[in-house]
Design a protein around this ligand. Structure first.
Ligand SMILES: [Zn+2]
Length: 257
């Protein structure tokens, strides 16, 4: 279990950057709240610098994490520049940092840059107060440009996805304590049901039929299906699909009346 400090930037009278349709302080708070739930579901302890719309000074954010004894510090921001600037970037302190700091940056950066769908502006280093004054590995994320129409849509509409990608990056470094815990916000995927014949005779007949289909001269069946069956890895929906393949190829013909 790791103690992870999540810092949604700005708040209160400090809106951060302001876009046409949203404010940085609101966008990053939503991601932060989602991220907290996700990391907790992975078995970590999470503290937020703020969970409401309040102002906290930069140094105080770092001190909160230091006092708590956080293992990791992750600060969430939206970028801003001219309307044509776009993309994703991350920062660590530009002074001496531990190898865990560069690893954490790489883990978070790679998880997000691959999936966010905008330009990767790179892993950067700068002397930002929260990074400089926090005593644990610290990364600051600039998800996208609130000043760019396309980027702002991501910041507004893809809050859960941004939280999931960030969580994925953090646990790539911090690990997962409860791998089976449900992921709040994530789509629950049902495990496919395996095709388990109740008697060995049925299993053998199924295997024999599949083997015959593999030996057909035209359109032979891929042997992987019989291998899956014998390994107990064939799903029920595959089994039904195979039946239709056999019918479609004319291998199963009903008796004429
Ligand atoms: Zn900011």
């Amino acid at each position: 279990m790791s103690k992870i400090f999540i810092d949604p930037g700005h708040g209160g009278h400090d809106s951060g950057a302001v876009g046409k349709r949203s404010k940085e302080k609101d966008n990053v708070l939503k991601v932060g709240l989602n991220l907290k739930a996700l990391l907790e579901s992975y078995g970590h302890t999470v503290k937020l610098s703020r969970s409401t719309d309040v102002f906290i000074a930069l140094s105080e954010r770092a001190q909160m994490a230091n006092r708590w004894g956080a293992d990791y510090f992750v600060s969430l921001h939206n970028n801003s520049a001219t309307s044509d600037a776009s993309g994703f970037e991350t920062f660590i302190y530009n002074g001496n940092v531990s190898s865990s700091t560069t690893k954490l940056q790489a883990a978070i950066h790679n998880a997000i840059s691959k999936e966010i769908g905008i330009r990767d502006r790179g892993m950067k280093r700068e002397s930002l107060a929260v990074l400089r004054e926090s005593s644990m590995p610290a990364v600051l994320i600039e998800y996208a440009f609130i000043s760019n129409t396309v980027d702002e849509t991501i910041l507004i509409n893809q809050v859960e996805k941004l939280a999931q990608l960030t969580a994925k990056g953090i646990v790539a470094q911090a690990g997962i304590v409860k791998p089976t815990a449900p992921t709040p916000g994530a789509t629950q995927k049902e495990e496919p049901k395996l095709y388990k014949p109740s008697a060995s005779a049925i299993l053998n007949s199924t295997a024999t039929v599949l083997k015959r289909l593999e030996q057909k001269v035209d359109n032979p069946l891929d042997p992987q299906w019989r291998e899956k069956l014998l390994k107990g890895e064939l799903t029920e929906s595959d089994a039904i699909g195979l039946l239709y393949v056999a019918i479609d190829r004319g291998h199963i013909v009903g008796k004429a009346e």
